[in-house]
Write a protein that binds this ligand. Sequence first.
Ligand code: IPE
Ligand code: MG
Length: 237
Amino acid sequence: MDGNGRWAKKRNRPRSMGHQAGVKSLRACIEYCARLGIGTLTVFAFSSENWKRPANEVSRLMNLFLQALEKDSGKLHNNGICLRFIGDKSAFEATLQVKMTEAEALTANNTRMVVNIAVNYGGRWDITQAARRLATAINAGSLPADDVNESAFSRFLALAASPDPDLFIRTGGEMRISNFLLWQAAYSELYFTPTLWPDFDEDALNLAITAFQSRERRFGLTGEQFRNKQARIDANA
Ligand code: IPE
Ligand code: MG
């Protein structure tokens, strides 16, 4: 979700106004995704690098985050949304950590859609913490080192409970991944749009989905192999 600051600047407003508009945009985006029947939405709300922003911007972001949790958790729960926070949450102040845990507990059994909110997250952090926990399991004797393969490893990642993303969208015009889902995006379709996050509305999401639908995803196979494989899966369904 990139471009909040530029959105505000274009309107001669402080950056925090852009973040406020960004929260609105996220609220709406969760709604469209749920209506479309999307199973999992993962958003990058705050990176491990964002702490380096000016202190007043960081503190406004934290306030907004707290407000949004207070205001939206109940509504999301009533809409069948399961909320999860991924990232190193220990860096946040205690009240915020408690609110995140409460929102997760409240919505834990909801099945309509999972919304993962990445906070103080970085893809390298995720891989590193997974490696650390994997090493601990090996040391404890609960996982033989010879059994470490991709699927055993990925169970230690923050998104172990979610499928890999099909579509990876970055708003705001930058064409880089910026340490988001490094492991999980291996086969994701990447979609970059100059639209600033606060302007990313239902039409913009539909454009991204249409672009996704026009891609041929082969996962390393030839087009023919992949179509045959898909036909076999469809025939068995
Ligand atoms: C994304 O918008 C929101 C966060 C990183 C919290 P930016 O704040 O990065 O907006 P720009 O890139 O300065 O426009
Ligand atoms: Mg930015």
